[in-house]
Design a protein. Structure first.
Length: 305
């Protein structure tokens, strides 16, 4: 079902010529498009170049909340300052934190909010709070809602945010949509096999083998928001528009969460765990060995002839 709705859904393209680092998605919400890729290697996979973006939300008091802060350039800082005062720097998961220290230095009065598992990873930063859905955040109550996709203490938990005024939902890594033309042949193969196109990556699906009930509850929460816009951190398009289109996209991207009868669910859980342990990890280890060590050396030798 990957890409099931790709021909009918209304994906808004990123402007080909950006006159500004900020792009308005709807009222009081913008994205900041990174010019460079972030190179990251997921566990047991080749190193991929990730397109990425931040999301800027202006609250009622004209303060700004920055989700997934990207590299802060002088031009971006000037544009940000024209929108309001940066008060909140937020990491939606324990992978989107690389530039939080730079933003904290630029905006020392801003509060830092961590996602689950980030605090012990970034001991160099002082976080004001670790986000959850147990309590509403008083700083943005009735303006931004949130829910945790995951168990709250698992390997990969993510905070999904909803901007109430614009009806915009923001996903980070629970949904990905890569641009295959920027990849090597072996990376195109592994990203397709790993379902990294308008879907939840297969590795993330396997990581949530034992907490899918919790994720289904989170998805129900997202659906009750009835979002009209959807932003994904890693994608070649700016956002997805229209409530029906967003609902269809969520159905497609999270079809792996559809509940099954108890016996079928138990068998599938055991199968996923066995697949992860005995098939996925060994194959990916071999792919990494070829992609990161053998292939570059062969290409280097070929280029020197």
């Amino acid at each position: 079902m990957i890409g099931r709705y790709s021909l009918t859904q209304n994906f808004r393209p990123i402007p080909s010529e950006l006159k500004s680092g900020l792009i308005e998605v709807a009222s009081n919400i913008w994205t900041i498009e990174a010019k460079d890729y972030v190179h990251y290697r997921p566990p047991m996979q080749p190193r991929y170049p990730y397109t990425h973006r931040s999301v800027v939300i202006r609250l009622n008091d004209n303060s700004l909340l920055i989700l997934s802060p990207i590299q802060l350039t002088p031009d971006i800082r000037t544009e940000i300052n024209a929108l309001g005062v940066v008060k909140y720097l937020v990491s939606p998961n324990h992978l989107h934190h690389l530039y939080m220290g730079d933003w904290q230095q630029a905006y020392p009065k801003a509060k830092l909010y961590a996602s689950p598992r980030l605090v012990p990873k970034r001991k160099d930063l002082t976080f004001d709070k670790t986000l959850s859905t147990d309590t509403f955040e008083p700083e943005w109550i009735d303006q931004i809602e949130q829910c945790v996709f995951g168990s709250g203490n698992g390997w990969f938990d993510e905070i999904v945010f909803f901007h109430c005024e614009s009806h915009t939902v923001v996903f980070t890594d629970m949904i990905m949509d890569f641009e295959p033309t920027i990849f090597s042949p072996i990376s195109r193969m592994t990203t397709r096999w790993n379902q990294m196109y308008k879907n939840t990556p297969f590795g993330v699906q396997l990581a949530h083998t034992f907490d899918r009930v919790s994720l289904r509850d989170s998805l129900k929460t997202v659906r009750t928001w009835k979002p009209k816009h959807l932003i994904v951190a890693h994608s070649p398009w700016l956002c997805l528009d229209e409530e029906e289109q967003v609902a269809n996209f969520l159905d497609s991207a999270f079809n792996w969460l559809e509940p099954q009868p108890f016996i079928v669910e138990a068998i599938m859980t055991a199968t996923r765990f066995s697949m992860l342990l005995f098939i996925v990890l060994p194959i990916h280890a071999l792919i990494v060995l070829i992609a990161d060590l053998i292939y570059p050396r062969l290409m280097g030798q070929g280029g020197s002839k």
